[in-house]
Design a protein around this ligand. Structure first.
Ligand SMILES: Cc1cc2nc3c(=O)[nH]c(=O)nc-3n(C[C@H](O)[C@H](O)[C@H](O)COP(=O)(O)OP(=O)(O)OC[C@H]3O[C@@H](n4cnc5c(N)ncnc54)[C@H](O)[C@@H]3O)c2cc1C
Length: 417
């Protein structure tokens, strides 16, 4: 049986790994040649980690798996009737079973001005661009003579109070107040503002209210100004307008407020859920598309009347489930419906605090941070990467140091960006 998996993210990689050594031919396709560990992207964007420790070459994962091949390609379409996957380089790849695991993309909800002005934090190039932008903002501020322009350069607005926005705002504030403060002695860093904007009246909406409140207080202790109940309306010419009527002069806008299905998924003519994810049945199959499954962020999986969140544990469990389903189909055995088992959620706030929610239990502060630390270290692919991440965290913990603060110029000698 030929199995084609599109996307080597959390869902697709788990599926391919589970199929390794099974009596099926697997072709895993991704537009990048690596698997990205997104939960630590914000640490790349805040100068703590090198990109290479959170991105693992996909081919290296399957070195010892003769039945799993990997190919870099941009998938552009699927002919479900003919059971063929189409790629941008003209490839036509036949399948018996197809697994769509293409993840999600940043959603600006049609706000063109915001899309133009904002930095996203969804993939590696965006994280590196944001890191570079922040260092450049400080370099620009160091030579700025106009006070209003200086304040705009040093005002950082992060939109979205979910885990990504909270984690990045906390990490950015620490980067500035613990590290950059020592690099830029000539700057009056009282002009610095890190502002987190959230439309709801609390951050981390998926968490218990007490944990959300704990996170908000910790952010404020780190120097982050938290604006609750405010939506971003416009971002034009360095002026950011909020629904509360407040206007902020800021040269940095980070958008962490929404995701939507990735480009390929929107191009497919398949049934959708209300959130525009691919509708699947309880076996994660796409209705009326024989042999096709959708998993991870791409798939709208409904359980107990609610759609599962776009998060990595859901994606990984779905990936493993579909791998088992494929083997069962191959053996002509009946399928059991998919059921997600909730293992908890967590978010870190700064260098040594986190909130974690596991069943009825909740953890905050340093204990939460140790839970977060252990889970993330365990989940990173590759022993070397785990070791480097652990050393980087320990170094930062002891010395308050974020070493990745290089800004490289383009090949033509310009500053690029
Ligand atoms: C900054 C950030 C932080 C996050 N933090 C957490 C966290 O702490 N905990 C948590 O549980 N979740 C977190 N998430 C969410 C988590 O990353 C996603 O839920 C998870 O990655 C979904 O897995 P997936 O396999 O569906 O998609 P992804 O992991 O995004 O993988 C999709 C893959 O498909 C590939 N692809 C897409 N389109 C095509 C195409 N047309 N052709 C070829 N390849 C394609 C992409 O290159 C990518 O490799 C975070 C997300 C972000 C962006």
């Amino acid at each position: 049986m030929k199995v084609v998996i599109v996307g080597a993210g959390f869902a697709g990689l788990q599926c391919a790994q589970r199929l390794s050594g099974r009596p099926v031919d697997v072709l895993l396709i991704d537009r990048n040649n690596y698997h990205l560990f997104t939960p630590l992207l914000y640490q790349v964007a805040s100068s703590l980690l090198n990109p290479s420790v959170i991105a693992y070459p996909a081919r290296a994962v399957f070195r010892g798996s003769p039945n799993v091949r990997f190919r870099v390609a941009q998938v552009t379409g699927v002919a479900f009737d003919a059971k063929v996957v189409q790629t941008a380089d003209g490839g036509r790849l036949p399948y018996d079973c197809l697994v769509i695991a293409t993840g999600s993309a940043t959603n600006f909800f049609g706000m063109i001005s915001v899309e133009r002005a904002a930095h996203g934090l969804k993939d590696l190039p965006e994280a590196v661009a944001l890191r570079t932008h922040v260092i450049r903002a400080f370099e620009g501020a160091a030579r700025e003579t106009d006070q209003a322009a200086l304040r705009a350069r040093l005002t950082f607005v992060v939109v979205g109070g979910g885990p990504t926005g909270v984690e990045y705002a906390g990490a950015l504030s620490e980067l500035i107040h613990r590290v950059l403060i020592r690099d830029y002695a000539e700057l009056d860093l009282r002009a610095v503002r890190v502002i987190l904007v959230e439309a709801l009246d609390h951050v981390l909406p998926a968490f218990f209210p007490a944990l959300s409140e704990d996170a908000r207080k910790r952010l404020e202790r780190l120097g982050v100004e938290v604006r609750l109940g405010a939506r971003l309306l416009d971002a034009t010419d360095g002026r950011i307008t909020l629904s509360s009527g407040e206007t902020l002069a800021a040269r940095t806008l980070v958008w962490a407020a929404g995701v939507k299905p990735a480009e390929l998924d929107t191009a497919l003519d398949v049934p959708r859920t209300r959130s525009r994810r691919i509708a699947v049945d309880e076996w994660l199959r796409i209705p009326d598309c024989p042999g096709a499954f959708a998993i991870g962020d791409a798939a709208g999986v409904t359980q107990d009347g609610r759609e599962l969140a776009m998060m990595s544990p859901q994606a990984m469990q779905e990936g493993r489930y579909v791998a088992d389903a494929v083997v069962r189909l191959d053996r002509k055995q009946p399928l059991r419906p998919f059921r997600y088992r909730d293992k908890g959620i967590m978010a870190t706030i700064g260098r040594h605090a986190a909130v974690a929610q596991v069943g009825p239990l909740s953890f905050t502060g340093p204990i939460g941070w140790f839970v977060w630390l252990f889970v993330h270290l365990y989940s990173i692919i590759g022993y070397r990467n785990r070791l480097v991440v652990l050393i980087s965290w320990a170094w930062n913990y002891v010395f308050y140091d974020r070493p990745i603060r290089l800004v490289t110029r383009g090949r033509d000698g310009t500053e690029g960006e």
